[in-house]
Design a protein around this ligand. Structure first.
Ligand code: SF4
Length: 258
């Protein structure tokens, strides 16, 4: 049987195999990370809107050319704000967008708008890859061509766990190289109010992370086939964000006859 998972499933199984399995069989399982949650979603939408509008619209006037990245980001910010139904701290969100604008300017230098358009290769592009004979699907935030590299950029408004971010970016890198046959530089971009922090991985690190990711996928298949009981999370901190924290033991007894 060919199993189908998402990148989020792999991350979930790494955080807690029990949580992953229970969610897969229909238990209402979720993690709550209240801090910045809405801002993160909002910022993602604005940046995706920005990348698409830069790629598809050629509306820059002479006045806008000097600062078209800021101009486009502001337009995207307004457009997404109009359609957003949840509460967002817009002043704070704008600070994140400003930081991202400065980052894009740093990457783009004084290149022309046409060149910048060429630099933004893919935004929010869905993909499907086969790992350990399982289908994994996901979506890149942004694929961007800079001077000597193609970067897979994944935006984060909070650094939850570098190990988890590394698994995600390793899957993206594997996908880009498998699907498009191009070598890429995997970069996690942490957007903070005061600026941007980049985390890059060396090839050796990437190989190690990919090996670990493949082993997680193999385990996921064993849980789903019933050949192995998914263990609990090894990280107590993870449990403090889990909605099943108070009845995890009871649910495990019922589901796994423990
Ligand atoms: S309470 Fe902890 S061990 Fe249980 S499902 Fe949640 S994260 Fe996993």
């Amino acid at each position: 049987m060919k199993y189908r998972f998402s990148v989020s499933d792999v991350i979930l199984a790494h955080k807690c195999p029990t949580h992953f399995y229970l969610k897969k069989i229909g238990v209402n399982a979720y993690f709550s990370f209240p801090k910045n949650r809405n801002i993160g979603t909002f910022v993602h939408k604005v940046l995706s809107h920005f990348a698409n509008s830069v790629k598809t619209e050629t509306l820059f006037t002479e006045n806008q050319k000097e600062s078209f990245i800021e101009y486009k980001l502001y337009e995207s910010f307004k457009a997404v704000s109009f359609t957003t139904k949840y509460r967002v701290d817009y002043a704070k969100a704008w600070k994140y967008i400003e930081s991202t604008g400065a980052y894009f300017k740093m990457l783009c230098g004084d290149k022309s708008e046409e060149y910048v358009r060429e630099m933004l290769l893919l935004s929010e592009e869905p993909f499907k890859i086969s790992i350990e004979n399982a289908i994994i699907r996901g979506k890149f935030d942004l694929l961007m061509k800079t001077d000597n590299n193609i970067r897979i950029i994944d935006y984060k408004t909070r650094s939850e766990n570098i190990e988890i971010d590394a698994i995600q970016i390793a899957l993206y890198k594997f996908a880009v190289e498998e699907l498009y046959g191009i070598k890429v530089k995997p970069v996690v971009v942490y957007i903070e109010e005061g600026g941007i922090k980049e985390e890059e991985f060396t090839n050796a690190e990437f190989k190690e992370i990919l090996k670990q990711t493949k082993s997680i996928v193999r385990e996921m298949k064993l849980y789903m086939s019933g050949e192995k009981i998914p263990p609990k999370s090894m990280d107590r901190e993870v449990c403090t964000h889990c909605n099943l924290a108070y009845n995890c033991k009871k649910i495990r007894e019922e589901v796994f006859n423990e």
